[in-house]
Design a protein around this ligand. Sequence first.
Ligand code: SAM
Length: 330
Amino acid sequence: METGLPPDFGKENPPMIDHHGRNINKLRISLSEVCNMACTYCVTSLSDHKRAPDELSMDQMLSLIRILKDHAGIEKVRLTGGEPLLYPNLIKVISGIRDLGITSIGMTSNGQLLARKAKALSEAGLKNVNLSLDSLDPEKFKRLGRVGKLHKTLEGIEECLKYGLRVKVNMVVIKGENDEEIVKMLEYGVARGVEVRYLELMGMGPLYKKDDFKLVYMHEILERISERYTIQPVSTDSDSTSLRYWVPGGFFGIIPNNSAPFCSTCSRLRLTSNGQLIGCLSNPTPISIRHFLDHPDPSVPLQNLVKKSISYKQDVAFTGSTLVMSRVGG
Ligand code: SAM
């Protein structure tokens, strides 16, 4: 198999270093494609979120995570979807991942079902939560998400902070929809010690090749914020996907999917709810690894498939895709 990777890549035990020198150690898992919101930039309606007919059971999912940890260098896990809080065994999945020896466990959620679960999630081993919050106005929140209530997500954030979970807020900025709230969202975050991250809209799913793509560029976001705050860029981890800035009282980030793509530092591997690896959003060719559930010695064959998936990582910016984010775990 010709992958363009160094000949010794994956031969030994982990870590999995690719031909860019990236340590591919982060796994983003879509536990299930089911979601309780239908954000306008993600899907066309709630019914677009369909459970995969061959969705892995919880035990199968935990086994695959163990195999990827033991044989392919996975050290950090982020649970997403779909909406992870709808997953019936979420607490058990988290404690199961912790029991595998993985200590960096995060979740990306819309927070609608979070408030009553924050304590149990923290006790199970969850360390950080990225909350999707596109508006602080109840009407706009509903318009952008089609379903859901603002106060529930806000309550979820307060409960997470109470139980020591590190919280970040993800705001997808959309021209004419919520860009007037850029500064308001930062004020909300600074007041709570919560880092706000502004996401540039990506041309995925319903937005693929759409003319009325309401993208707000990074420089526009920075301009808005600098009208109110003094801004200073600060350094980020070498494999970070966001650019980070200091403002008096806190920090914020921008995930510049279009303005300054982070492909060269991306160290993520994605696992779908039915056990397929996806190495790159720009080339989301799935590679199934569920057959390793019954494999007596997955080491080398698994590493070969991880290598193949990683070799799909593009060196260029994201160019758009028909793929819906909830399938690959945003
Ligand atoms: N249900 C969870 C949530 O709402 O956070 C997790 C899944 S959601 C697909 C994960 C992230 O993908 C969210 O932060 C969402 O804003 C982002 N997302 C989905 N479609 C997007 C798009 N077209 N452009 C940018 N971000 C997108």
